[in-house]
Write a new protein. Structure first.
Lengths: 332, 351, 351, 332
């Protein structure tokens, strides 16, 4: 029974407000996790504040479900807003942040924002930069053979595109007559930890690297969720229906630096949320008070969530040997 | 009798028909060649990849994520060393995702020396492989075991590394694979691609049957009482031969064919050492941080006080490669003479 | 006293000035960060590479071919596994070219657990590294040794892998590096970059002197008669502490700091085991095909009949990673308690 | 003392004849080695028959010498004609073919055509496909800093370009303000062992992959030594003087298949030697008899060489541990 074909929702007023809601949720969750780290409720933080303008549209445009009829997600560690937009529970991110035994993504094993959600085809986020650009080939290959309009997308940072795995992805997805439905995403925040992009990249539009393979590509201002929405719709429509790769770069901000190791301090870069809120007000879609209410709602919920998470058990000796091997029948 | 390459091919065919294998792929794995050792000739799901090992392993992992059953090949294990990070991922995502995903994939690769392969067609891989967590690792020494281990590998829900001893690829078995035609010419005509143009060729598969060699079960290849020899792959026939030769000198040596390298059959090894009081581990990998040292350490842990003489490892010399000229290979990888000498010495050493 | 990261930095500075170092490079190695552990801050030849480990190693090998003296860094050894093929090349081209070229390069990388690093900032690398031929491998346990080993590594004409125990990076030494200012505040003001904007900052290097720790020479970190403990890196201070604690129970334990992992100081280890009759090897790498098993095997080869009780390895559990939550790390990597318990048990075991 | 600047020789009649001489030498040497393999004087053959039309001009245009003032060569296993054009002794190739102890490139350790010649900056040929595209960065970096007109070139096959190391090479050689004098060569013979290029490459002009990096690039008929000469002069002039990378593809034949493992049988592909000889005759530069004399000369010499090589010692136990470590002072 093939899944219903995917039709992107219309970008009406309601959806614009929903996008804001999810962006705020993403930001509030990340800021809560930064606070957790500072107050000893976590060892290390890395995440996506500054990327919500792109990541929320991405999540909302994902064909969510299990199996090759649906999209496969090969995510970066800054993708929180994407999975929150898809409906993930913020409390689960807090659990992974605190490394509790209840963390559903890794049982307290992996750093925060390293998801694994089989019902939604979210394959494990890897700490190894850029390897996701090789695994995406496999899910897309299954989808190419399966038919339908499911695609596989992969996302990663600008610096990481220096790894040859980016090349591998472009090459394998353009084999003649065997093109793959892969959406190759890159987030350009102009840094790899401390290294400025202009020291290592001769063209900050990394999507243009795809010209070498004749892969259609574009670059969008990821601080603008409306532009991002349209760019994603165009890219995804192409991949879903042409069954060929597309490379899209989103220019984004890295608002709290690389990670808690580099301080997680707020930097003065364009903030997609502030910009979008001004626009919503300007376009009379929301009032300042309504916006505030969104933040209050999320913050209140997160504060409650934190209390729950803090009380939850931590992994102990009994957990160490769980899941070394899969015991049941094979098949994801 | 099928040779080892044919046995793998038959197993993969059985796997395609009965065990859900969706993709058999790697460099030159598909038509027209069907693998540099012909192990994948004529298989319906076999295809050629770009020359890119990172793409091969990433693709296998992705196929496994998407519900497929991939059998990937690295053409020679000598060319696997640019993907160790990806092998580690394959082995750790089940654990790191706390069981959300698992990785039912098989990776096969030819290993070892013995074909004048020079520096880059002579590597062994079990020592580094066993240090990568989350993989089961098998290595047959004969065609029937190759068949049975491959079926188990395909059925296994965890990643399995199938090491094929390249020097034995053309070696015929002593026992038929269930369903294999008794006459090897018949088999050849059925499943070996013709020389020259093969574009219209189709194999005619014999009705091979389900036969498994369980992962984790070693086999006593020759029973004996005076020395336990633990080995596998290419060193197994050499060791059995040496044991037969030494039997004529009155030495009764037990040779264990591990078959599964990880997790290895410690109970069988331990029982044997408790009986013989002596242990010799033989493999062709280089000797520093060699998997055989792990076997020895595990035996020490479980049976130190049963050992009458010091346990030993016979392995490859710690040099940067196996040189092309025979003088190199002969003097850096254990040969029949070395095996014989080590076995004789250990079996007769004064306790 | 300099901490371990500062000691490395001082050594690299000395190397730039006196030993011909031409390039110190890796991800975030140059300004402004100077390395994730600040070990390369302020160095005049330090530069930032693209995020590409294969480029880093290939570049190092190319610089060495062209007469330069590269010191490359892999940011964490956890990210070294996509370049094992290139490390093998670095280690084998001298042999394969029959001495036409050699490879004077240093590769440094932080290793081990202890900083809540989760699955990918907790790896150990000595077991796989020692199975790669043609490299010398060192690992300091304190700043002065780090300094002396780094100078020897730089002066060495063969590739040297410098493993830096990341949990000890901020640890201060007990002894001054020759030429180091006695007051650590002074040192800090001279060589540590200020917080915030560093664009105008320049280090003021103290006149550090030539001081070498020879490759291949271990050190008796604590002399004793009842048990030989062989260890290195992060496990060394834990082991010395445990030995001091056990001394109060009347147990006299010898702790050897290998310092060089390959080629390791077998004569010193052997002499110690012949004296004590007991051997415990401790490291934090996972336990299957672990370098400590090689040490044990070499000791068996040379001193089996001196052993009064079975030699043991205390190492990391064979799980796919060190989990983030403390409960994982505590129960899968040897901790102070485990070290103490293993030492006590082995020292008191009935022979 | 900086080396004299390099000036490419003029392509006059004499040089055209010299090119033929070297091409014939390359072919005769390879064919002798194929015979050696067939007659038990070698275990395995792999080499460059079919690439002489490109490889000889490459060798003749190389600025030959030791150190960063001269060109560094990161070669493929089909590069025999290049080093023979530079003046290498054919007998040494036969020695490596037979794996004698006298083999100067590897002492009988490596397969044939795996050179290492320090006085000419020929760094060790690696059996690992494509790793040479990473080592070339290092020699070029030293040259970029050193100045002068020395360059580093790297060559490899079409299939091998699928490895990410090709990407690494392009990326590292275009860091802004730090461009490297690298000549990136690819030989397109439309096969990787048995796999046809059109199964794995969506554009057989692999040089166009370099468009993604804005690297100047071109494609030349490698079966035509005159066209190859001019293409190489143009590419090398650019790299030597602009100190920037250039990517050049040569379309070549693989006349004896992949290697002795696949039979080393002669295939019906365009033969650069036959084509060039027709041209030399057509242009009245050589007669058929003169051409025959060239072949006879080389074949006679090679026959003599073979007799010498066959009598030379093979490596034995005493050789195994030599050169594991370099003992002298550091510095190549
Ligand atoms: C293979 C690998 N090398 C190095 C690292 C260490 N590391 C973690 S994040 C990072 C920088 C990534 O920069 P970029 O790709 O631009 O992503 P961003 O963090 O900016 O989103 C590095 C070097 C790693 N995780 N994996
Ligand atoms: C990393 C690596 N993978 C696989 C191989 C095995 N192998 C040797 S040659 C070859 C094909 C190379 O094709 P191409 O790059 O087109 O070069 P050609 O032989 O056609 O000149 C392969 C797969 C290898 N040597 N190295
Ligand atoms: Mg970035
Ligand atoms: Mg080719």
């Amino acid at each position: 029974m093939p899944a219903t074909p995917w039709i992107a929702p219309a970008l009406d007023a309601q959806l614009k407000i929903a996008i804001h809601d999810k962006m705020a949720l993403g930001r509030a969750t990340e800021e809560m996790m930064i606070r957790m780290m500072r107050t000893g409720h976590g060892y290390f933080w890395i995440g996506g504040p500054g990327e919500e303008g792109f990541n929320v549209p991405l999540g909302l445009l994902t064909k969510k479900g299990h199996g090759p009829d649906y999209d496969y997600l090969h995510l970066h560690y800054r993708s929180s807003a994407t999975i929150l937009a898809m409906g993930a529970e913020p409390i689960n991110l807090l659990r992974q942040m605190r490394a509790t035994a209840t963390d559903p993504y890794s049982k307290g094993r992996n750093f925060v924002n390293h998801f694994a959600i089989k019902p939604w085809n979210v394959v494990p986020v890897t700490p190894t930069i850029e390897t996701q650009y090789t695994t995406v080939i496999g899910t897309a290959l299954v989808q190419q053979r399966h038919g339908g309009d499911g695609l596989s997308y992969v996302t990663g940072g600008d610096a990481g595109s220096a790894e040859g795995d980016f090349w591998t992805c472009m090459n394998w997805s353009t084999r003649p007559g065997r093109e793959l439905p892969v959406l190759i995403l890159v987030t350009q925040n102009e840094f790899g930890i401390s290294t400025p992009a202009n020291q290592t990249q001769n063209n900050l539009r990394l999507n243009e690297r795809a010209n070498g393979f004749g892969i259609r590509n574009a670059c969008v201002d990821g601080n603008d969720p409306i532009a991002s929405w349209h760019a994603l719709v165009e890219a995804m429509e192409y991949v879903r229906h042409e069954r060929k790769p597309y490379c899209l770069q989103a220019n984004v901000s890295r608002l709290y630096g690389h990670s808690s190791s580099s301080g997680a301090n707020r930097y003065d870069e364009p903030d997609c949320l502030g910009l979008y809120e001004q626009r919503l007000i300007r376009e009379n879609l929301m009032t300042q008070a309504e916006i505030q209410a969104v933040w209050d709602k999320h913050n209140a919920q997160l504060a409650q969530d934190l209390q729950i998470v803090i009380a939850e058990p931590m992994p102990d000796k009994s957990h160490v040997l769980q899941h070394v091997w899969h015991e049941g029948p094979a098949g994801n | 009798m099928a040779n080892l390459a044919q046995a793998i091919r038959l197993a993969l065919h059985f796997g395609e028909e009965n065990l859900g294998v969706t993709d058999i792929f790697g460099e030159d794995v598909g038509a027209p060649l069907g693998g540099v050792f012909t192990a994948t000739q004529g298989l319906k799901t076999a295809w050629n990849t770009p020359l890119d090992e990172r793409g091969i392993i990433g693709t296998a992992l992705g196929i496994a994520y998407a519900g497929g059953k991939p059998v990937a090949e690295i053409q020679f294990c000598d060319y696997i060393y640019n993907v160790i990070d990806l092998l580690k991922l394959c082995g750790n995502v089940t654990w790191s995702s706390a069981g959300e995903y698992h990785v039912p994939m098989v990776l096969m690769t030819p290993v070892g020396s013995g074909i004048h392969g020079s520096m880059y067609h002579s590597h062994s891989f079990e020592s580094i492989a066993t240090h990568i967590q989350g993989w089961k690792i098998v290595m047959p020494s004969n065609p029937k075991d190759a068949y049975g281990l491959m079926l188990s590998a395909i059925a296994e829900p965890n990643p399995v590394l199938f090491l094929a001893p390249k020097a034995l690829m053309r070696q015929k078995g002593a026992e038929l694979i269930p369903g294999e035609p008794a006459d090897e010419k018949t088999l050849h005509n059925m499943i070996d691609a013709p020389l020259g143009d093969r574009s219209d060729w189709q194999p005619n598969w014999p009705p091979v049957e389900d036969y498994r060699v369980a992962i984790g079960e070693a086999k006593i290849a020759r029973a004996g009482t005076q020395l336990t020899v633990v080995t596998y792959g290419r060193m197994l026939p050499l060791s059995v031969n040496a044991a037969e030769t030494l039997a004529k000198e009155g030495l009764d040596i037990e040779v264990i064919d591990l078959r599964t390298i990880y997790p290895f059959d410690l109970p069988m090894v331990k029982a044997s050492v408790e009986k013989t009081g002596r242990l010799l581990v033989i493999n062709e990998d280089t000797e520093v941080t060699n998997f055989g040292e792990h076997i020895i350490r595990k035996v020490l842990d479980e049976a130190f006080y049963s050992l009458e003489v010091k346990p030993e490892l016979l392995a490859g010399l710690d040099v940067p490669g196996v040189g092309l000229a025979w003088g190199y290979e002969q003097n850096s990888v254990p040969q029949a003479d070395d095996v014989l000498a080590a076995m004789r010495r250990l079996a007769t050493e004064r306790a």
